[in-house]
Design a protein around this ligand. Sequence first.
Ligand SMILES: Cc1cc2nc3c(=O)[nH]c(=O)nc-3n(C[C@H](O)[C@H](O)[C@H](O)COP(=O)(O)OP(=O)(O)OC[C@H]3O[C@@H](n4cnc5c(N)ncnc54)[C@H](O)[C@@H]3O)c2cc1C
Length: 316
Amino acid sequence: MTTAWLVAGEGPGVGALVDLARSLAEEVAAVVVGDDADARAVARVVDRVDWVPCAAGVPAECFAGAVAEHLAGAELVLAGTGPASRVLAGAVAARTGAPVLTAVREVVRTEGAWQITRLVVGGIATERNRVPGPVVLVTEGGRRVGGEEADSTAAEPAVQRLDLVRLPMSCPQAPVVDGEPHDLASAARVVGVGRGVRDPGELEVVAELARALGAEVACSRPVAEDLGWFPKDRYLGVSGRRISPRLYLALGISGQLQHMIGVRDAAMIVAVNTDRRAPVMSEADVAVVADVHTLLPALLDELGRVRGVPLAEVAR
Ligand SMILES: Cc1cc2nc3c(=O)[nH]c(=O)nc-3n(C[C@H](O)[C@H](O)[C@H](O)COP(=O)(O)OP(=O)(O)OC[C@H]3O[C@@H](n4cnc5c(N)ncnc54)[C@H](O)[C@@H]3O)c2cc1C
């Protein structure tokens, strides 16, 4: 029997990893470095959890060596793209002598080997690898688990507490959160801001629209990296976050491949762009040729007129 091990260092945002693991192995187990609530949330969607309690002020990375030792015999290990999970995955790979592959898109279990397709060259190409032995895979963790998808009738999930030795390091200062907290991985609706939204003053209107739709706000890479309008953990794409909402509303985004890789799992893409030939327009389910600066206020006005229907319903 093959067991797929998840390593989670950033809470229960592991929905996509669980789906992938279930398609590859008969048993799915997890090592969760975090608090008790994280461990129980993950345990609701996997077969068992080894929980490494990690107090506030202790970076999950402190347990990298011990987690690697714990998983020394693992055949298949999956981790999300968060910094702590990546460090844990790297340590496990070093301990097991397994290759670690990032930007993984697809994995197939074939006779005697894993066949892994992953993105390369900044996301514009894919590469197929064949790994006959143990392997560590890093890919977007996905939605938070343990909430409504969990089977409420199931018995209390199996969580085994592990008291592992940690590296002598602590972080006595509370982390400084850059910007508003957000949950892009689980968001049902996301509004994306591109360079076409030329005026930062317009962001308040975007935020109002997002509030009305019950959406999170994200952006393209240059909007975060060059313009600095949003923290860097808010941009979508091959080098940023990947999302799978029901609705992605792209405002003034050209839709280069590097961006679209982050949003192609959205159930519906609506794009607003002045250029009908922008790449995003041919990938969108609904392409609106319009100036965001005139469309947004008109859209808010119009939505406000839809009486008796919650705006979130309109977006459904
Ligand atoms: C190795 C590498 C990795 C990268 N990774 C990422 C990544 O992860 N994520 C990412 O986003 N990018 C990434 N990029 C950058 C990517 O190639 C694009 O340059 C970037 O996505 C463009 O951002 P944008 O669409 O906001 O801006 P632009 O390309 O400048 O597009 C702005 C769009 O707004 C439209 N517009 C202008 N005015 C208006 C208006 N008033 N109303 C409506 N529309 C208007 C324009 O027609 C245009 O289509 C990467 C690039 C490289 C080389």
